[in-house]
Design a protein around this ligand. Structure first.
Ligand code: ADP
Ligand code: MG
Ligand code: MG
Ligand code: MG
Length: 418
């Protein structure tokens, strides 16, 4: 893995490379010339190949030195593959079975070979089709509670925590993408912005003129930049989650860094809420997707409630980090105060979560990267109606924070807008 050895491995070069790795060669099986290699990358940044042999399959992800969605004019460091590998490895320890196993990593090539997730599909596609995933809330809340709690000052010594921050601090180019594309560009004129014109022209202009919103989103941006609470996935939307009827796997943690926990939890909630608002645009007959929509809002509540329950459970059982020294909370009186403080902590985390969910929603409607929940609504007017409802809720969640003190406030506001 010498530095300077980077080259993009397209099909033929990838075949030769994999054929030279004995473990992978055995896993795939058969003659390397017979392996089926398909590029399946549908993401914004990287190449992903699925390779299948006589015996088994693998997924191969390689970072490009630029943003795939935009092209070579927008360079992006290959080191993101290193951070993705580091995060995947850490998540596998903390939340076993909820991420694909890493089979091989080459730093110089910015390449990672993973377990092939099959027959899993990208969750967002399932949501567009109106599919319910009964195990999703349980799995994603286990993933978030464990990865966030266990990398925080509630669980770690001060030294361990700061080592963790340092290990991911170099991933700042990916953070900058979030800082610009999520927290800044949708609120100003920016070349990369787009929206469903002409229907949302007025809403786009009103966002650019809304100083309450600009203050709120800038506060969230500052929190994102200056609050290394825990190791975040950093891009936890429903396009980074692969599912079957009974399994959930989280992929694509290349945006991982130490940031505010509410950013990950808010990402999941935002994407469920967008699936909810988009649903009306996918129905062929009125009310056809009512059961799905009710389920999605149930999941919004369950994701927050189960996350909070699991996080608190971990804190009570494993809260041996340096932040709340046991010695300061002795006896019954100490235990009672500490428990009240835990509840207050979750309330603050909820407020952050609501704000980040709102920011994640607005960027998908006015910024560079849109999502298929809305994009696959062919009728632009229908799409704009769904998008405008989502933006209305998001604007309220970001600015009228006092009106959203519990998750039921979010779901009942969503229901009223539908
Ligand atoms: P990007 O960083 O470019 O968004 P992703 O890691 O999200 O790349 O992967 C892009 C696509 O490749 C995913 O949407 C999924 O369809 C497919 N994919 C990624 N990892 C796997 C895997 N381990 N097994 C099967 N398919 C995968
Ligand atoms: Mg992706
Ligand atoms: Mg998805
Ligand atoms: Mg990615």
């Amino acid at each position: 893995d010498r530095a300077g050895d980077y080259r993009i491995l397209h099909e033929a070069a990838l075949r030769d490379y994999l054929a030279g790795l004995p473990d992978l060669k055995v896993r795939l099986g058969g003659d390397p010339a017979s392996w089926a290699i398909t590029e399946v990358g549908d993401g914004n940044l990287n190449l992903v190949f699925i390779v299948k042999g006589a015996r088994g399959g693998i997924a191969v992800k390689q970072a490009l030195p630029y943003v795939r969605l935009v092209g070579e004019s927008w360079p992006l460091p290959l080191s993101r593959a290193h951070y993705e590998y580091l995060a995947l490895s850490r998540q596998a320890q903390l939340a076993p079975g909820l991420v694909p196993a890493v089979l091989h990593h080459n730093e110089a090539l910015a390449l990672t070979v993973m377990e092939l997730l099959e027959p899993h599909i990208i969750m967002r596609k399932g949501l567009v089709a109106g599919t319910q995933y009964p195990g999703f809330a349980g799995d994603i809340t286990t993933f978030m509670a464990r990865t966030l709690f266990s990398t925080s000052d509630l669980a770690l010594s001060a030294a361990e925590k700061k080592e963790g921050i340092a290990a991911f601090a170099g991933n700042h180019a990916l953070c900058k993408i979030t800082e610009d594309l999520i927290f800044t560009d949708p609120y100003r004129i920016a070349e990369q912005n787009r929206w469903t014109a002409p229907y949302l022209d007025g809403l786009a202009a009103s966002l650019r003129d809304d100083m309450d919103l600009h203050v709120a989103v800038s506060r969230l941006k500052l929190k994102f930049m200056a609050s290394p609470e825990a190791l975040l996935h950093g891009d936890l939307h429903t396009g980074s989650i692969m599912v079957t009827a009974s399994q959930t796997r989280v992929i694509d943690p290349e945006f991982a860094f130490y940031g505010p926990m509410g950013f990950d939890v808010g990402a999941v909630l935002a994407n469920l809420l967008m699936a909810y608002f988009a649903s009306a645009g996918h129905e062929h007959a009125p009310g056809e997707r009512a059961a799905f929509e009710a389920w999605v809002l149930e999941m919004v509540e369950k994701v927050w409630n189960e996350f909070a329950r699991k996080f608190l459970e971990l804190w009570r059982a494993q809260g041996t980090g340096d932040a709340y020294p046991v010695s300061l909370f002795a006896g019954e009186r100490g235990a009672a105060r500490l428990e009240a403080e835990r509840q207050a902590y979750m309330q603050r985390l909820f407020t952050d979560t609501v704000g980040f969910a709102a920011a994640k929603t607005i960027r998908r409607i006015f910024g560079l990267a849109h999502n298929i929940d809305f994009e696959l609504i062919e009728d632009a007017k229908k799409r704009a109606i769904s998008e405008a409802r989502a933006v209305r809720l998001a604007r309220a969640m970001m600015v009228e924070t006092a009106a959203f003190s519990a998750i039921a406030d979010v779901t009942s506001a969503a229901r009223k807008l539908r």
